[in-house]
Design a protein around this ligand. Sequence first.
Ligand SMILES: [Mg+2]
Length: 206
Amino acid sequence: MSTQPPIVVGIDFDNTLVCYDTLFHRVAAEQKLIPDDVPVNKTAVRNYLRQIGREPAWTEMQGVVYGNRIVEAEAYPGALDFIRQGIASGWTLHIVSHKTRYPIKGEPVDLHESARRWLETQGVHSSAIGLPRGNVWFAPTKTEKAQRAEALGCQVFIDDLPEFLLDPAFPSGIRRILFDPQKNVRPSEHYTIVHSWAEIPALVSA
Ligand SMILES: [Mg+2]
């Protein structure tokens, strides 16, 4: 029997576990904010709306997508398998999300409750996957998110935002994996870039 302490992995929620590309495009199209030729991804929708001076519409749409409509969003391919297999391997996984309770604009939907609803819908807490409900954390600021990751004893953290992984508040002892499915992030000596979830298990156990 190995006596090594379990590997503890922190996982970001928005745009790391949850893919909003289709949903942002769908909601924007329903609201007739975008023409048909805008590519089906979140960044393209945001850039288009900024370009035409509709930034407030974009902000408001975030409340809808991260709130009432969140259950329509998909998990990134391989993300739920990663959680299932990680738990089966004896790793401790925590989802640590930087998320305010209410949107900055629009209807005051509880965004934490919405995120939890997504996790339930995807079966993340079911016996098939097995993440304990207590292993989901919401931090109102980036600094508190970094502090939470440290307090939980994370050895590895997976996130889509370079500005979080490179933040001075980010604990220096945690290995950083940058999830970059669109392949548009600048390399850094401080993180390892992956383009898919399938690449991550080998990095975690390395
Ligand atoms: Mg994120």
